[in-house]
Design a protein around this ligand. Structure first.
Ligand SMILES: Nc1nc2c(ncn2[C@@H]2O[C@H](COP(=O)(O)OP(=O)(O)OP(=O)(O)O)[C@@H](O)[C@H]2O)c(=O)[nH]1
Ligand SMILES: [Mg+2]
Length: 328
């Protein structure tokens, strides 16, 4: 069989072919430069078919119910006629070797549906790398006709900043409970949240849920208002029983209406695109440097001085840049 050209590939993706989509994402994630370049050619071909989806971040501490929520929410959206892609981002996955996110056992119906596509965690050496890879996967999913992209990440630190830089809307899943649990939520995450979904209300009595909501509301009052003009909302429900799922969707639709109207959505996406330039600059410079055949011998030549504290690691890096890119 002849090797598919970029054109063949692009046409398959545009026709919604999932095998081609998966292959394209794998190419984009590959460490091999020729694979990455092919993925970039593809993305170039497909760019005019991207940008139409709703890009939604779903985060929360481990066990909050993100995957269960995505299963219920995803099926709800499919019933409404949407096509849903789920991407998982886990910056720690290079350490833990594999990810618990994008866990298909929690998304059984969704993973069986022809209207859904689930892609477990992207791996990548650097944070910038993971962001770039996930945004490439996102664009490819859009070209394949997915109009809702859910990006799942675990809310424990830097990962949600990363995810915020590729999505439009930020949903934070929180378990109902006592005030103690709330103190565990980082202020930064609360600031980013557009909707906080108090999950698992089937497990708690109404008073606990109401108290949690009140406490959360109080904390929200101390946060600066969002540049989108959107006021953070707290909703409650259960990913198990589907309670509250449609309310989340209503809020998301409201959010898009407001931010399309006031220009924030365009502005945010524009800023995100500009941030990607920085990601790629870092990556390409590093790649160019590492591909130079003389680089290793240059470094080796300086190692003795490094060991003897005659030169610092910074000075070595600077020297390499200055010598290899004299015009920079
Ligand atoms: N009772 C109840 N249990 C829930 C609900 N949502 C999720 N769970 C349970 O909570 C546990 C964790 O759910 P997951 O969906 O895997 O949570 P997660 O946030 O994706 O977890 P990680 O991917 O490990 O970060 C599972 O045992 C779910 O069955 C809910 O609304 N009610
Ligand atoms: Mg999960």
């Amino acid at each position: 069989m002849k090797t598919p050209t970029v054109d063949d590939f692009a046409n398959l993706i545009l026709s919604g072919n999932i095998t081609a989509l998966s292959k394209a994402i794998t190419l984009a994630e590959s460490k091999k430069i020729e694979h990455q370049m092919m993925a970039q050619q593809l993305i170039h071909q497909l760019l005019s078919y991207t940008g139409e989806s709703k890009r939604i971040a779903i985060t929360g501490v481990p066990g909050a119910g993100k995957s269960t929520f995505i299963e219920s929410f995803g099926m709800f959206l499919i019933e409404k006629g949407h096509k849903v892609a789920v991407l998982a981002v886990d910056p720690s996955s290079t350490l833990s070797k594999g990810s618990i996110l994008g866990d298909k056992t929690r998304m059984e119906d969704l993973s069986r549906s022809s209207k859904a596509y689930i892609r477990p965690s992207a791996t990548g050496g650097s944070l910038g790398g993971i962001t770039a890879r996930t945004s490439e996967a996102l664009l490819l999913c859009e070209a394949a006709g997915f109009d809702i992209i859910l990006v799942e990440t675990v809310g424990v630190g830097q990962s949600e900043i990363l995810v915020d830089s590729i999505t439009d809307f930020f949903l934070f899943i929180q378990v109902s409970g006592t005030g103690d649990e709330l103190q565990g939520i980082k202020r930064g995450i609360m600031e980013m949240a557009d909707v906080i979904f108090l999950n698992k209300i089937d497990l708690y009595n109404e008073k606990i849920v109401t108290d949690t909501r009140m406490n959360l509301n109080r904390s929200l009052q101390f946060l600066p208002s969002k540049p989108s003009g959107w006021k953070r909302k707290i909703l409650k429900g259960s990913a198990y029983t589907n309670k509250g799922i449609s309310e989340v969707w209503d809020k998301i639709l409201e959010y898009y209406e407001i931010t399309r109207e006031n220009g924030y959505l365009d502005q945010k996406r524009w800023e995100q695109k500009n941030m990607r330039i920085d990601d790629y600059l870092e990556e390409l410079i590093l790649l160019k440097l590492k591909n130079k055949s003389t680089i290793q011998s240059q470094i080796n030549g300086l190692k003795r001085d490094l060991r003897e504290n005659k030169i610092s690691p910074f000075e070595i890096a600077k020297k390499l840049i200055d010598e290899n890119f004299p015009n920079l």
